[in-house]
Design a protein around this ligand. Structure first.
Ligand SMILES: Nc1ncnc2c1ncn2[C@@H]1O[C@H](COP(=O)(O)OP(=O)(O)OP(=O)(O)O)[C@@H](O)[C@H]1O
Ligand SMILES: [Mg+2]
Length: 358
């Protein structure tokens, strides 16, 4: 993936342009109100003319069609605005995934992953998990996919076909009890319908998609469905050898799953190979996993950090140079909104990206 992104002007008054070749992963950090979301919009506008499909997960409404305080040209032409519960998105369906080696998951592995995902989300007990795994495997054996609605239907059928006590085997009666205990827990998944079978087509051609995730208030549910969405997107992209490059934009990404083995970790480590990149913006690093994962990006944009983060940021910008460290520390503390350090592992560049809106 080759891109050309104009960032702003440097101290010398010259235009600063980021021209990543291959590794396009980016992290943006800085305090509230410094211009992270504005910069992302500006950069996404530029991507929209460079043969890429960009998807932004919008957790704050900052990327909506009528969002205020955005670059004048926002949104990019032809942008699709979707809600996370739209059937245009592969959220309500477990498809077999491409594993890190590129090999596809078997049906058993997919059923196990699906049941494991629901186990974690709903804190299921061992018996509930084993039963759900069996239900998932039998749904998958009937078709090549496994949707939330199929699982719920299958459990409902089991409860409805229950024989009067004394007329069913102990095993059947246990299954009915488990199905009855699972159904109310799974009810929340009915918000996410079966996926339209042609969902990937628009993502294989250049364009912009804004996905509104504001209404999923439960952070565990949000993490789960985003993992399903991203895993399904990853799989289609890895398997389709013709589609355009994909840039996934995560604004306010601090609540996402960056653990080793997560899809975000996979995008950061292996995305380059399949032309999938992530742009991540956050006010702070939540934990070690996030710091480690985002340490793998090709470039960083540092807006003015919170006071306690100034020294940490300066030592990232100047790891082995005391004089440069002191200069960066002083500069970081005096950055105004729209100004930032751009750092792609060469000398850090101080950029002013403030735009006059007239
Ligand atoms: N480069 C810029 N040019 C012109 N105006 C800007 C620029 N950057 C930011 N702004 C203005 O500053 C406001 C705050 O910026 P923005 O919303 O991007 O901050 P943020 O870092 O995303 O904050 P938060 O972390 O709270 O979401 C914007 O609404 C916009 O009006
Ligand atoms: Mg913001």
């Amino acid at each position: 993936m080759k891109l050309q992104i104009h960032l702003g002007v440097g101290l010398d008054g010259e235009a600063v342009t980021w021209e990543p070749n291959g590794n396009v992963q980016l992290a943006i950090t800085g305090q509230s109100g410094q211009g992270k979301s504005y910069k992302l919009c500006d950069m996404m506008l530029q991507l929209s003319t460079q043969g890429v499909h960009t998807i932004v997960l919008d957790g704050s409404g900052e990327f909506g069609p009528d969002a205020s305080g955005k670059p004048a040209a926002w949104p990019p032409r032809g942008t699709r605005f979707l809600d996370i519960s739209s059937p245009e998105l592969p959220v309500g369906t477990f498809f077999p995934w491409a594993m890190p080696s590129g090999k596809m998951e078997s049906m058993e592995q997919c059923a196990r992953r699906a049941a494991g995902t629901l186990k974690q989300l709903f804190h299921l007990g061992g018996n509930q998990y084993s039963y759900l795994k069996k239900v998932c495997a039998s749904c998958l054996a009937d078709s090549q996919e496994l949707s939330f609605s199929w699982i719920t239907e299958s459990l409902t059928e089991t409860t409805q076909s229950a024989q009067p006590a004394g007329e069913c085997t102990p095993e059947e009666s246990t299954e009915v009890k488990l199905a009855v205990s699972l159904l109310p827990k799974l009810d929340v998944l009915s918000d996410f319908p079966d996926t339209n079978p042609h969902w990937f087509q628009p993502f294989a051609t250049p364009g912009t998609t804004v996905i509104d995730i504001q209404d999923v208030l439960d952070p565990y549910l949000l993490k789960t469905i985003l993992e399903i969405l991203l895993g399904n997107l990853w799989t289609q992209k890895v398997r389709s050898h013709t589609g355009c490059p994909l840039v996934l934009v995560f604004d306010e990404c601090q609540d996402l799953n960056f653990k080793s083995g997560s899809i975000l970790d996979r995008i950061l480590r292996k995305g380059r190979k399949y032309e999938i990149a992530g742009w991540f913006s956050t006010q702070w690093f939540k934990d070690e996993a996030m710091t480690k994962a985002l340490g793998q990006t090709a470039a960083d944009i540092f807006f003015r950090p919170a006071l306690r983060d100034c020294k940490k940021t300066a030592s990232l910008l100047a790891p082995n140079d005391r004089e440069l460290y002191e200069a960066c520390l002083e500069a970081l503390d005096s950055l105004r909104p729209g100004q930032f350090f751009f750092y792609d592992r060469e000398e850090p560049i101080l950029v002013d990206g403030w735009e006059r809106k007239d």
